[in-house]
Design a protein around this ligand. Structure first.
Ligand code: NDP
Length: 246
């Protein structure tokens, strides 16, 4: 039997990129997986289809992370339909870069709502269902550790907030057997950060390894934390960043 057999995971933003890789990897490891998305209904359905083809249950749930009610309802729905909830991966996020004086109040609210408030609310909702222990895994960014170029004030602020959330959840939920950890990806080949995009060469040069990572690189660390191997890891921040922050 696979190591996550019988477990149920929810991955926010699982239609593309890192979240897609995480959803598929957790399913490979044996979990039933729900994934949320905002716009990419077809992509989300395709990921769910691949998970079902592995013999697992899967749910693709439209839930805009900017909408707190939608986030709660998605968690409630998955727990109700699956009968349990063991793993939440707060992955959905947006990157808005810009000179500090050019960022609008709307930009600030949007980024904080999606990147910070949604993980907070999803964690709140999920822990209510984590009866025999659980796993909360937040996806941050290497820019929370090293702001190596200008324009990152808003994005880095949002990702740094996850440190406080993760550590507090770890401290508070440890007695219930629930771990909380933070994974900081570095430059990772996705729609958000294509390896051929402007600024890609600069990002490559900022890593120690000199190249982009793949979504599956991040997923491997998430899977480690989600599984039994991660049982004594909590409150930790783990970089999967090619040495960006070294
Ligand atoms: P992508 O832009 O490639 O994919 C984003 C995913 O999140 C999609 O599934 C998207 O759904 C979903 N999403 C975005 N906004 C919302 C929303 N409002 N509500 C629900 N779902 C939403 O991003 P990545 O895979 O590159 O990034 C994933 C995470 O990793 C983010 O938190 C990002 O900040 C972080 N990260 C990424 C890095 C990189 O280099 N790629 C580096 C460091 C951190 P839909 O398809 O419906 O739009």
């Amino acid at each position: 039997t696979a190591m996550l057999d019988g477990k149920v995971a929810i991955v926010t933003g699982g239609s593309r990129g890192i979240g897609e890789a995480v959803a598929l990897r957790l399913a490979e490891d044996g979990a039933d997986v729900a994934l949320t998305y905002r716009d990419s209904a077809d992509r989300a359905a395709a990921v769910a289809g691949r998970i079902r083809a592995m013999g697992r249950r899967a749910w693709a749930v439209r839930a805009d992370s900017a909408d707190p009610t939608a986030v709660c309802e998605a968690v409630d729905r998955v727990a109700a339909e699956s009968g349990r909830l063991d793993i939440v991966v707060n992955n959905a996020g947006i990157g808005v870069l810009g000179a500090v004086e050019d960022l609008s109040l709307e930009d600030i609210d949007r980024v904080l709502h999606i990147n910070v408030r949604a993980p907070f609310i999803a964690s709140q909702a999920a822990v209510r269902y984590m009866v025999g222990g659980g796993r909360i895994i937040n996806i941050g960014s290497c820019m929370a550790e090293r702001v190596a170029f200008p324009g990152g004030s808003l994005y880095a602020t949002s990702k740094t907030a996850l440190t406080g959330l993760t550590r507090s959840l770890a401290r508070e939920l440890g007695p219930r057997g629930i771990t909380a950890n933070l994974v900081h990806p570095g430059p990772t080949e996705t729609d958000m950060n294509p390896s051929g995009g402007p600024g890609a060469d600069m990002q490559r040069d900022l890593t120690a390894l000199g190249h982009y990572g793949k979504p599956s690189d991040v997923a491997a660390t998430v899977a480690h934390l989600a599984g039994d191997a991660g049982r004594y890891v909590t409150g930790a921040t783990i970089a999967v960043d090619g040495g960006f922050a070294a």
